[in-house]
Design a protein around this ligand. Structure first.
Ligand code: MSP
Length: 653
C-alpha cells in the first residue's frame, strides 16, 4: 500500500490551544482521511515544541519547573485533539529523550559532512520569536522582547545551499505551495543566505549538543527534526523501519509565518545530512480576528472547544474549510460560522437527507428503488463531474472549492425534487408517475450516497450516519474513492428512518453561548499555564420551594427592643436577651450571637424577632421567639436592624 505521511507543525507550549492551531490540525486530519480513501496508508503526526527561553520564562513566572510547565501545556494540546476527534497517529514532544537522539543523529551527520562550525556570534535576539534578528527588526519590537547576545555558537553552513535550494524550487515547482509562498521563498534565497547559528550556550532549557553539552540546540534544528523523530528516526528496530517506510513526508502542513524555516532551513539541513527531502510544504493563511492574526500576545484569541460545544466539531470543521479559502488569510466571525452551519448543514445536506429518507420510507417502504432507465435529469452527469471535481480539489488542498462543487450538486438535487413534486407523483397511481417517483427518489438517494463519501474527510461523524441510513454497510472511512461512480446505489437495499444530523441554530443565541463558554476556557487556560484564574464566585442559586403569600404571613415578625442582654450561663454561643415587643410581658429569647455581639451594646437596640415560634428550652432557659439574623458563607450572624426608628411591636412583612 502506498504511504502518505502528513505532519502539522509542533505547537509552542507558550500558548494553550486555540482555533488557529485547530485550523491546521483539522485540515491535516481531513487530508489524512481523504488520502486514506484514496487507498493510501495515511499517517498524521503532531506534537509540541517545548524548549527555549520563552518557555523557561513562562515556567518561572508560574512558579513551575520548565518540565512541569511543558507537561501541563502539552497535555492540553493532546486533550484538545482528542476532544476534537483528530485522528493523529503520533504525538511528538521535543522533551522526549527519543527525540533528543534523533536531533543528535541528524546533527552529527551534518557535522561529519562538514556543515557545522563554531564561531563567536553577537546579535540581537528576539525572545518572542526565539531567533536572532536584524537591527531593523529589533527596532520594530518591544525593547523588553529583544536581548543582545554574544556567545560562541555552533553554526550551520546555510550559505552553501543557496544554489541547491533554488534548483530544488525550480525542478520541483510544487515543493512550496501555494504559489505566493513559493515566490516569497525564492526571493528570500536569491538575496543570498547567511550561515545559521544553531546552538546557544546562554540557555539551559534545550537539548544539549552531543559533543559539547554546554550548548543546547537552537529551537529550529530541534523542532523540525520532530517530523522524523515522531516516526522513529534516531531509534532502532521497528520504529526505525517505520521511519524508513514513511520518510520523506508527503506534506508538511504549516501556517505561512513559518514557511522560511520549512522551505529553506529544513531542506538544507536534510541535504547536509544526506537525507531525503519532504515532497511538499503547504503554507496556509492566517485566521484573522478583530483585524489581526489571531495570537496570544495580541489577546485576540478564539478557542475551538467552546465553538465545538455549540455547533459541533463538524460545524467548526466545515466552516473553517468551506468559508476560508485554504492558502489565503480569512476572517473569523462567530455569526458567519453559525450562518454557514445553518445554510449548508442544517438546511442543505441535513434537510436533503431527512427529506429523501422520509420519502423513501413513506413512498417505497424504505427500499431503494431501481435506477431510472433513460434518465434526463442531468444528475448522473453532474454527479460524475462532482466526483472528479471534489477529488481534484481536495488533492490540491482546495477544500472550499471542493465543498462548493459538492454543495452545488446538492442544490441541483433540491431543485430537481421541487420540479418533480414527488408528493404529487405519490398520489397518482399511473405507471408513469410511479416510475418518475422512483427515479426522483433514486437520484436523490444516489446524490446523498456520493455526498456521504465525498464529504467524509470534512464531516467524519455525520456522513457515516447518512451512509448507514442509505443501507450501506462497508466502512466509509476506507471507502475506495477512486471507485466511486454515479449509479452505485443498489436497488432493493433497505433504507432507514432519518435521524436529525445538524439541528438548526439560533444565530444570536449560539453566538452568545460560544462567547460565554470562551470566558470559561480562559480560566482553564490560566490554570493550564500555572496561573490560577481569579476566583470568581458562582452565582447564587435560590432553590428553596416556592411559597404563597399566606405561607409567608404565617410567620409573625415584630420589632422588638432589647431591654437586657447577658451571656447564657450554660452555652458559650448563646446570649440570653429580654425583649419588649409591646406585649404585657417582655420576652425571654436566646440567640446564637455570643462572641459576635457584645451584650452590653445590644441593650437599647431594635431588632426583628419571630414572635409566633413555639417556645422551647435552650440549655435550661426558655426561648420565646427568635431573633432574625442573616448569615452568609462566613457563618457570621448579622442582626437585622431598621433604617428608621421603627415602633416597638410593628409587624414585618
Ligand atoms: N513551534 C513552531 C512550529 C515548529 S514546526 C517544526 C510554531 N508553533 S506555534 O504554536 O506558533 O504554531 C504555529 C502554527 O499554528 C502556525 O504555523 C499555524 O499552523 C497555526 N496557527 C497559529 N495561529 C494561527 C492563526 N491565527 N491562523 C492560522 N494558523 C495559525 O510556530
Amino acid at each position: 500500500m502506498k504511504k502518505y505521511y502528513i505532519t502539522t507543525p509542533i505547537y509552542y507550549v507558550n500558548a494553550t490551544p486555540h482555533i488557529g492551531h485547530a485550523y491546521t490540525t483539522l485540515a491535516s486530519d481531513s487530508v489524512k482521511r481523504f488520502r486514506r480513501m484514496l487507498g493510501e496508508d495515511a499517517v498524521l503526526t503532531t506534537g509540541t515544541d517545548e524548549h527555549g527561553q520563552k518557555v523557561e520564562q513562562s515556567a518561572q513566572k508560574a512558579g513551575w519547573t520548565p518540565q512541569e510547565f511543558t507537561d501541563s501545556v502539552s497535555a492540553a494540546f493532546r486533550r484538545e485533539w482528542d476532544e476534537l476527534g483528530v485522528d493523529y497517529d503520533h504525538f511528538r514532544r521535543t522533551t522526549d529523550p527519543l527525540h533528543a537522539q534523533a536531533v543528535h543523529e541528524i546533527f552529527l551527520r551534518c557535522k561529519e559532512a562538514g556543515y557545522i562550525y563554531k564561531a563567536s556570534y553577537s546579535g540581537k535576539y528576539s525572545v518572542t520569536d526565539e531567533m536572532f534578528i536584524t537591527d531593523e527588526e529589533a527596532a520594530a519590537l518591544d525593547p523588553d522582547k529583544v536581548i543582545e547576545v554574544t556567545e560562541e555558537n555552533y553554526f550551520f553552513k546555510l550559505s552553501a545551499f543557496g544554489d541547491k535550494l533554488l534548483e530544488l524550487y525550480r525542478s520541483q515547482p510544487d515543493f512550496v505551495q501555494p504559489e505566493a509562498r513559493r515566490n516569497e521563498v525564492i526571493a528570500f534565497v536569491e538575496q543570498g543566505l547567511k550561515d545559521l547559528s544553531i546552538s546557544r550556550s546562554s540557555l539551559k532549557w534545550g537539548i544539549p549538543l552531543p559533543d559539547d553539552p554546554a550548548h543546547v540546540f537552537y529551537v529550529w534544528f530541534d523542532a523540525l527534526t520532530t517530523y522524523m523523530s515522531a516516526i522513529g528516526y534516531g531509534e532502532t528496530g521497528e520504529r526505525r523501519q517505520l521511519w524508513e517506510k514513511l520518510w520523506p513526508a508527503d506534506v508538511h502542513m504549516i501556517g505561512k509565518e513559518i514557511v522560511r524555516f520549512h522551505a529553506v532551513y529544513w531542506p538544507a539541513f536534510l541535504m547536509a545530512a544526506g537525507l531525503p527531502l519532504p515532497k511538499k510544504i503547504y503554507a496556509h493563511g492566517w485566521l484573522v480576528f478583530q483585524g489581526d492574526k489571531m495570537s496570544k500576545s495580541k489577546g485576540n484569541i478564539v478557542r475551538a472547544r467552546p465553538i465545538a460545544k455549540v455547533v459541533g466539531v463538524e460545524g467548526l470543521r466545515y466552516y473553517l474549510l468551506r468559508e476560508i479559502v485554504f492558502g489565503q488569510d480569512g476572517n473569523f466571525s462567530w455569526e458567519a460560522l453559525v450562518e454557514r452551519y445553518n445554510s449548508d448543514l442544517a438546511n442543505g445536506l441535513g434537510n436533503l437527507f431527512s427529506r429523501t429518507l422520509t420519502m423513501l420510507n413513506k413512498y417505497r417502504d424504505g427500499v431503494a428503488p431501481e435506477p431510472p432507465a433513460g434518465d434526463d435529469s442531468g444528475l448522473p452527469e453532474k454527479g460524475s463531474a462532482t466526483i472528479a471535481a471534489v477529488t481534484a480539489h481536495f488533492e490540491k488542498f482546495e477544500f472550499s472549492r471542493g465543498l462548493e462543487a459538492l454543495w452545488s450538486l446538492l442544490s441541483a438535487v433540491d431543485k430537481y425534487i421541487v420540479t418533480q413534486q414527488p408528493w404529487k407523483l405519490a398520489n397518482a397511481q399511473d405507471a408513469d408517475s410511479q416510475a418518475r417517483l422512483s427515479a426522483t427518489l433514486y437520484n436523490a438517494a444516489e446524490a446523498l450516497r456520493l455526498a456521504a463519501v465525498l464529504a467524509y474527510p470534512i464531516l467524519p461523524d455525520s456522513t457515516p450516519k447518512i451512509w448507514k441510513a442509505l443501507g450501506q454497510s462497508d466502512d466509509l472511512a476506507t471507502y475506495p474513492l477512486r471507485e466511486l461512480a454515479w449509479g452505485g446505489l443498489a436497488a432493493g437495499g433497505r433504507t432507514l428512518e432519518p435521524e436529525p444530523l445538524y439541528p438548526r441554530l439560533d444565530v444570536e443565541k449560539s453566538v452568545k453561548e460560544m462567547q460565554a463558554l470562551e470566558e470559561e476556557a480562559l480560566k482553564e487556560q490560566a490554570a493550564t499555564m500555572g496561573k490560577p484564574a481569579e476566583e470568581s464566585k458562582p452565582a447564587l442559586v435560590v432553590d428553596t420551594p416556592e411559597i404563597q403569600i399566606d405561607d409567608f404571613f404565617k410567620v409573625d415578625m415584630r420589632v422588638g427592643l432589647v431591654l437586657e442582654a447577658r451571656q447564657h450561663p450554660n452555652a458559650d454561643k448563646l446570649l440570653h436577651l429580654t425583649i419588649d415587643i409591646g406585649e404585657a410581658q417582655p420576652r425571654s429569647i436566646c440567640a446564637g450571637v455570643a462572641g459576635v455581639y457584645d451584650p452590653a451594646k445590644l441593650v437599647g437596640r431594635k431588632v426583628a424577632i419571630v414572635a409566633n415560634l413555639k417556645p422551647r428550652k435552650m440549655r435550661g432557659i426558655e426561648s420565646q421567639g427568635m431573633i432574625i439574623a442573616a448569615s452568609g458563607d462566613d457563618h457570621h450572624p448579622y442582626l437585622v436592624s431598621f433604617l428608621e426608628d421603627a415602633p416597638i411591636g410593628a409587624r414585618l412583612g
